[in-house]
Design a protein around this ligand. Structure first.
Ligand SMILES: Nc1ncnc2c1ncn2[C@@H]1O[C@H](COP(=O)(O)OP(=O)(O)O)[C@@H](O)[C@H]1O
Ligand SMILES: [Mg+2]
Length: 204
């Protein structure tokens, strides 16, 4: 595997990528790149044409940029984190991590950020459906892919679990993708409708 080995951390906004990535960067130690920052630095961000309150990143160009910049890093490890961390050139990914968070807790975290209700709902629904995990699975990585639940624990505890997995990759087997199932979690609480309705009433 080419160096540095990238720990690619994906996840819906609010699941804890940035906080955990910084903590992991201190523990390893390793540089930490936020993909949003990389995209801005390389001027790969544009306005969303559809007029939604969001910005779009040219992910193909971002991938090309990462392919150029990653080999310049003089370290054994590099932590790359972002909502679309699946753009990381897969040949560098030593460990792929998807941060997960219970829907009710994620709702709180995003509401505190001041996101509008539709934007909170859209993100929570994507979390319930495991979108970021699907995108990572689509890469068909040779390296390990794990899911980490950040609800009911601390960023430091998650970072320390990740450090353990980087040091002893077999430990990844305790966190396989698919272990986390928020549909079942909500169904058991009778709360599925509360989160899944009203996704886009206009589409019908
Ligand atoms: N176990 C945990 N791991 C990560 N973040 C947590 C955890 N518990 C609570 N949080 C809080 O959740 C928020 C996550 O925000 P952030 O790291 O910016 O997420 P993201 O980068 O995925 O959008 C922070 O306020 C953080 O303190
Ligand atoms: Mg972040």
């Amino acid at each position: 595997m080419p160096k540095p080995g990238v720990i690619a951390i994906s996840g819906i906004p609010g699941t804890g990528k940035s906080t955990v990535a910084k903590a992991l960067g201190r523990l390893l130690p390793a540089p930490v790149w936020n993909l949003g920052d990389v995209a801005v630095e390389h001027e790969l961000v544009g306005r969303d044409e559809s007029g939604r309150d969001t910005q779009v990143v040219d992910t193909d160009a971002l991938q090309d940029t990462l392919r150029e910049e990653i080999p310049r890093v003089k370290a054994d490890w590099l932590v790359v984190e972002g909502h679309y961390a699946d753009v990381t050139p897969k040949e560098y990914i030593a460990l792929a991590v998807v941060m997960r968070c219970k829907p009710d807790i994620l709702w709180e975290r995003l509401a505190v950020r001041g996101y509008s209700e539709p934007k909170v709902r859209e993100n929570v629904q994507a979390e319930i459906l495991g979108d970021c995990t699907s995108y990572m699975l689509d890469l068909e990585l040779d390296s390990r892919l794990i899911e980490m639940d950040t609800s009911g624990t601390t960023p430091e505890a998650v970072a320390s679990l990740l450090l353990g997995i980087v040091r002893t990759p077999a430990k990844a087997e305790n966190y396989p993708p698919g272990n986390i199932n928020w549909l079942q979690y909500l169904d058991e609480r009778g709360e599925l409708g509360k989160y899944m309705r009203g996704s886009d009433s206009k589409k019908g």
